[in-house]
Ligand binder design. Structure first.
Ligand code: ARG
Length: 500
């Protein structure tokens, strides 16, 4: 068999195989039944061979995906160049054919880059638009590109190539955001704010410690994305429509050329699997949930009632009626945008639910949710990278708020426990001391020693060392605690991790 004997003309495929049935393109070299030789000229479509009338124009527009999947053009062309190269190496196409195809594909890419490429809804999707233009440019040989593949493995490959790149971009934004936050935390290891439970003042914490909590969330998100990327970065190409191909292809060649770290091991699974997209969206949902929590805190802290932080004016807008307003639009919007991403996760899960093997047209609906999810996450992170590390804490207001909430009550209890009082009894003593302080409208640290001693004779003058905010903070001196020196160490660990 000479290489050209592998041309697809001998292996007519069905609807998803473009070139074998691509009679609509001029100078077809196919050996399809000649009973109705002009059929596809009548339908004007790449797969028109077996059709006796053209697709209804509404149906054509309704089923087309080119308006959105043209986003894959670069990846589609890269996949085609790798596929053609592999066909050449496996002697399925001649070297000359491969060269012509690759040169043609590069010209198609150039036309897309300059904006002169004419996208056609009649050609349904990005794959057929690119291939059709290729054949216009290079002639009949362009139709050989689709040998041994199908749009089913082609689209699955495109999504993965595209998503892999988007994940890398999102990971780099996440790293930038973390670095900015680590720097912010480093500046504020000694800035004291109330830590909350139930949104009630609980214990003093360092503002840096709070910021480092955000960094922890983002670090887990980054980890999850990197982990998901391994499963995204598997190659479906070579699975063809669903069962593999009769041509002697070598999938390792294409996988190497495209930088895939693995090859999908089952052709049926490969063309129908969208787990990787769902997994990405699930990971993105958790990330957006985190961004919404950070947003919520910024929004609360910016209110006149908290007055804990200022955010740069460029992230805010005013009110058309209330001159005093400075609204935290960016965090509010990000909080809202989390809803879209959760929605897209549900869309993709519901899309795949009950789908039988293998490819189904339903799968075309995977793209817009995924695009929206990527765009929403990317946009939110771009805003956050600039905004979040630039918040300015109002340390006076934070300190005053901490003083108001009897935040060192636990410290007093711990002090008594260290002096032999049982914790439950200590709890009782401190409750009484707090009641007195409320009565006198002072903080625990502002009570007289004699006032405190009436509740327990275990209390000495050194108690005040523990009742100050600084004393409370620095006492929590263990891994993960809020003591300023521990926050410094957390900052160092994060910097080391981010430098890797
Ligand atoms: N536009 C299609 C999609 O997005 C490409 C695959 C079409 N395959 C087919 N057999 N109709 O899923």
């Amino acid at each position: 068999m000479t290489p050209t004997n592998f041309s697809q003309s001998a292996h007519p495929d069905l609807s998803d195989s473009v070139s074998s049935n691509a009679d609509s393109l001029s100078d077809s070299n196919t050996a399809l039944p000649k009973a109705e030789p002009n059929q596809s000229q009548q339908t004007g479509q790449m797969w028109g061979g077996r059709f006796s009338e053209a697709t209804d124009s509404f149906v054509q527009a309704f089923t087309a995906s080119v308006n959105f999947d043209q986003r894959f053009a670069r990846h589609d062309i890269a996949g085609s160049i790798a596929h053609a190269t592999m066909l050449g190496k496996c002697e399925i196409l001649t070297d000359a054919e491969v060269k012509t195809i690759i040169d043609g594909l590069k010209q198609v890419q150039a036309e897309i880059d300059t904006g002169e490429f004419a996208w056609s809804v009649a050609l349904e999707d990005v794959h057929m638009n690119v291939e059709s233009r290729l054949t216009e440019i290079v002639g009949t040989v362009g139709k050989k590109l689709h040998t041994g593949r199908s749009r089913n493995d082609q689209v699955a490959t495109d999504i993965r190539l595209w998503l892999r790149e988007e994940v890398d971009n999102i990971v780099s934004l996440l790293n930038k955001l973390q670095s900015g936050l680590v720097d912010l935390a480093d500046k504020h290891t000694d800035t004291i704010m109330p830590g909350f439970t139930h949104l009630q003042t609980a214990q003093p914490v360092s503002f840096g410690h709070h910021v480092m909590a955000w960094v922890e969330m983002l670090a887990r998100d980054t980890d999850r994305l990197i982990d998901a990327r391994r499963r995204i970065n598997q190659m479906p190409l070579g699975s063809a429509a669903l069962a593999g191909t009769t041509f002697p292809i070598d999938r390792t060649i294409t996988a190497d050329l495209l930088g895939f770290e693995g090859i999908c091991q089952n052709s049926l699974d490969a063309v129908s699997d969208r787990d990787f997209a769902i997994e990405f969206t699930a990971t993105a949902s958790i990330l957006m949930m985190h961004l919404s929590r950070m947003s919520e805190e910024i929004i609360l802290w910016m209110s006149a009632q908290f007055n804990f932080v200022r955010i740069p004016d460029r992230f805010c807008t005013g009110s058309s009626i209330m001159p005093q307003k400075k609204n935290p639009d960016v965090p509010e919007l990000v909080r809202g945008k989390a809803a879209r991403v959760f929605g897209q996760l549900t869309t993709l899960l519901t899309l795949m639910k009950n789908q039988p093997l293998a490819y189904n047209k339903d799968n075309q609906e995977d793209k817009e949710p995924l695009f929206d999810c990527v765009d929403t996450v990317t946009g939110s992170l771009i805003a956050f990278v600039d905004m979040l590390p630039n918040i300015e804490p109002n340390s006076d207001a934070m300190r005053a708020a901490t003083m108001k909430g009897y935040a060192t009550a636990t410290d007093l209890a711990d002090y008594l426990v260290r002096r032999g009082v049982a914790f439950r009894d200590a709890h009782e003593v401190v409750g009484s001391a707090v009641a007195l302080a409320i009565d006198k409208q002072v903080d625990l640290s502002q009570l007289e020693l004699a006032d405190l001693q009436q509740f327990s004779d275990a209390i000495d003058a050194d108690v005040f060392d523990y009742l100050t905010l600084e004393g409370s903070l620095s006492a929590r001196d263990h891994l993960g605690g809020t003591a300023p020196n521990q926050v410094k160490q957390a900052v160092q660990r994060a910097r080391k991790r981010l430098a890797r």
